[in-house]
Design a binder for this molecule. Structure first.
Ligand code: 13P
Ligand code: SF4
Length: 301
């Protein structure tokens, strides 16, 4: 079944002039058929730069929305429209506007894990790969509000020493990674380094050797000299790590860190979506224009 599905996806990819983009947390078989696999920053750059007519986005809703913000003339397909990001849904534009009113002159730094409407109400976006750089670049004489991830915001604050107001959002998958899990794995693999994602809780980040974006973790592993590496993020990343650099043994901090939304995309849904040209991402033009300004300010850095 899978072999036939892959063949049909390949044919449609050509006839539709489609590009298939997959996030590093996707199912192994979905990553394997993608034209490009990456982190949020890399995927948004790809979406902005491709000359394909159709983008099949294997990830979650905000990622496909970012592709549409950058490439409004292209058809952007998200093979399962229920593949959302609970963290992105932890703040609405109305809530953001109320919060902004509390801090006159505020500048909003918005993690891309947010809706297009929230991006539209923000000054600049960031991803986990460039949050520290973005925060360093915003004006220091005005208050800064960081939304929606309190933990990425806390991490950027700790790394830059710049005070920010943090919206209390979080990733339900990364908060499952606990400091006790890290310590247990360190006892089991004492010679191993620990790399985690900056969406993890601060005590988990403090216990780790590095906090990196998903592609940052993959690059770190390429030059890693040890035999075993302990990895604290969504476990879909293990597939790419093992495929690209099999000399190292990768050990998840915990088996619990699985994002059910990322796993909604299957090969069958990719095929169905390309056949039907559904579900399409659409964004009202006024929202898109304002969200684009925030995303472009990030990409210009
Ligand atoms: P990256 O940008 O590091 O790939 O992270 C995206 C994400 O959703 C993390 O939960
Ligand atoms: Fe959202 Fe967390 Fe899933 Fe990333 S891992 S898509 S932040 S719920």
């Amino acid at each position: 079944m899978s072999h036939k599905t892959i063949e049909q996806i390949g044919k449609l990819r050509k006839s539709l002039k489609a590009v298939i983009l997959a996030h590093n947390y996707q199912r192994s078989e979905v990553q394997d058929i993608a034209d490009f696999t990456g982190d949020s920053l890399e995927l948004s750059r790809k979406a902005a730069g491709t000359d394909a007519e159709v983008i099949v986005f294997c990830g979650v809703h905000f990622m496909a929305e970012t592709a549409k913000i950058l490439s409004p003339e292209k058809t952007v397909l998200l093979p399962d429209k229920k593949a959302g990001c609970p963290m992105a849904d932890m703040i609405t534009l109305e809530q953001l506007e109320k919060e902004k009113a509390k801090y006159p002159g505020v500048q909003v730094v918005c993690y891309v894990n947010s809706t297009a409407a929230v991006k539209a109400g923000s000054d600049i976006c960031c991803t986990s790969a460039n949050a520290v750089r973005v925060v360093e670049r915003v004006k220091k004489n005005r208050p800064i509000l960081f939304v929606p991830d309190q933990y990425l915001g806390h991490y950027a604050m700790a790394r830059t020493g710049i005070e920010m107001h943090l919206w209390p959002g979080y990733c339900p998958t990364h908060v499952k990674i606990e400091v006790a899990d890290v310590r247990r794995q360190k006892t089991r693999y004492p010679d191993s380094k620990v790399v985690v994602h900056p969406e993890c809780r601060p005590d988990v980040i403090d216990e780790a050797d590095e906090a990196l974006s998903t592609s940052g973790i993959i690059r770190y592993a390429r030059s890693y000299q040890g035999r075993t590496l302990i990895v604290g993020t969504e476990n879909g990343i293990l597939h790419r790590l093992r495929k690209e650099n099999p000399a190292v043994e990768y050990v998840p901090v915990t088996q619990r860190s699985i994002c059910p939304n990322m796993k909604r995309i299957t090969l069958e849904k990719v095929l169905w979506s390309m056949e039907k040209m559904q579900p399409r991402i659409e964004i009202p033009e006024t929202i898109r224009q304002r969200a684009l300004a925030a995303v472009e300010r990030m990409l210009e850095l």
